[in-house]
Write a protein that binds this ligand. Structure first.
Ligand SMILES: NC(=O)c1ccc[n+]([C@@H]2O[C@H](COP(=O)([O-])OP(=O)(O)OC[C@H]3O[C@@H](n4cnc5c(N)ncnc54)[C@H](OP(=O)(O)O)[C@@H]3O)[C@@H](O)[C@H]2O)c1
Length: 358
């Protein structure tokens, strides 16, 4: 093992306040079942902000998400883990709650070899050189997982010729657009605010006809075979807008945040259960038959497919262009507290550089 520092910097989220402090480097957890990751870059996710303001249900089987997007290298690998020091890796936060926050100089993940094999995902050689073109594998793996799940639930093998409408041009909506186009669909992304619409066009992620104001959704009624609902929260109002965009017989994929008890307008379908247990249920809504499907989380195979897609089709998956700003770890607490207070809301992905102790 490289020399172990006596202290390391880590953030803490407590009672809605994020702080960064220097803490003793724990020696006790460095057992045979522990992998310690030294992040190079982390990504700020909407889920981080939701956890600060307490507007997200934390699942016990996977724990809090605050600080879950990262790429880095293995700093320490316990004897039973199957990893080696120096392995370039990323994290899948959907596997075990036995891990510390990724907004830190070191991240501790504990588990059986099988759990660690899923929770710590090796970066392929094509992605190992983390430099200028940084992108976050986890949110993309969730998108890969969600559209694969949609195909599985609807018994299709591609989206060839399908018209896909997407509600929300956040990071999720833009990655849905990339992958749906790759699967053969035409896409239109509807976004409420202008800033994200401009960002998507200026970054060359969406063409002129592929991005529209959410306020124009009424002009595109019944126009889509698939509608992906990918805003911060899949509110009843936004689900209703999405249902309006859908053609008779279309599928609505619920991806944006839901909470226990949330129901599809009309009350027939428990959208939170549909999303978290990845089901599909039919409803009648304003005279149309719609299938409501959900997807949640991702697995190692989704990361691997994401790496493969990015390596084979860099022009179709310009994931690096989602990055809108880079911060140092020291700047993170003030930034996320401003985001939580609603005074700052940048489009795209904000990346955080890990501090270097030389
Ligand atoms: N199912 C899963 O496995 C999974 C995995 C990861 C994330 N998610 C979900 O995906 C959501 C979106 O993530 P993201 O990374 O795309 O977030 P993001 O980059 O912060 O984008 C948020 C999007 O939501 C829109 N929005 C927020 N409030 C709105 C409102 N009241 N009406 C209309 N649009 C609104 C924003 O539009 P404006 O530009 O107008 O503000 C923006 O397009 C997360 O909150 C999380 O719940 C799901």
């Amino acid at each position: 093992m490289s020399s172990v520092p006596s202290t390391y910097d880590t953030t803490r989220l407590m009672d809605g306040v994020v702080s960064l402090g220097s803490h003793a480097f724990p020696r006790e957890p460095l057992g045979a079942d522990t992998v310690v990751i030294e992040p190079t870059y982390m990504g700020i996710c909407r889920a981080d902000i939701k956890e600060i303001i307490g507007s997200r249900d934390v699942m016990e089987d996977r724990g809090p998400l605050f600080g879950h997007e990262l790429v880095g290298t293995v700093f320490f690998a316990g004897a039973d883990t199957g990893f080696e020091e120096g392995d370039p890796v990323t994290l899948n936060p959907n596997i075990t709650p036995n891990r510390t926050t990724g907004f830190a100089e070191y991240v501790f993940v504990r588990g059986t070899k099988e759990e660690l094999d899923e929770a710590v995902v090796r970066l392929p050689e094509s992605e190992a050189g983390i430099g200028e073109g940084v992108w976050m594998p986890e949110p993309f793996a969730c998108i890969v997982h969600a559209l694969r799940k949609l195909l599985e639930l609807t018994r299709q093998t591609s989206l060839a010729g399908k018209r896909v409408g997407i509600v929300g041009a956040g990071c999720a909506g833009l990655m849905f657009a990339m992958y749906a186009r790759h699967l053969g669909a035409s896409v239109v992304v509807f976004n409420r605010g202008e800033e994200r619409r401009v960002f998507a066009r200026e970054q060359g992620i969406l063409a002129e006809g592929e991005i529209a104001a959410l306020a124009e959704a009424g002009e595109r009624r019944d126009a889509f075979d698939v509608v992906v609902v990918a805003p911060t929260v899949a509110t009843a109002e936004l689900l209703d807008v999405a249902a309006g965009l859908a053609a008779d017989g279309a599928v609505l994929l619920v991806y944006g945040g839901t909470r226990e008890g949330d129901r599809f307008p009309g009350g027939e379908v428990d959208v939170d259960a549909v999303r978290r247990s990845e089901r599909i249920e039919s409803v009648r809504h304003r005279g149309k038959r719609l299938d409501i499907a959900g997807a949640y989380g991702c697995g190692r195979e989704d990361y691997e497919e994401g790496f493969r897609l990015h390596a084979l089709h860099p022009e179709r998956f310009p994931l690096e262009r989602l990055a809108s700003r880079r911060l140092d770890l020291a700047e993170l607490p003030a930034f996320v507290m401003d985001a939580a207070a609603g005074v700052l809301d940048l489009p795209g992905k904000v990346l955080v550089r890990a501090g270097s102790r030389g």
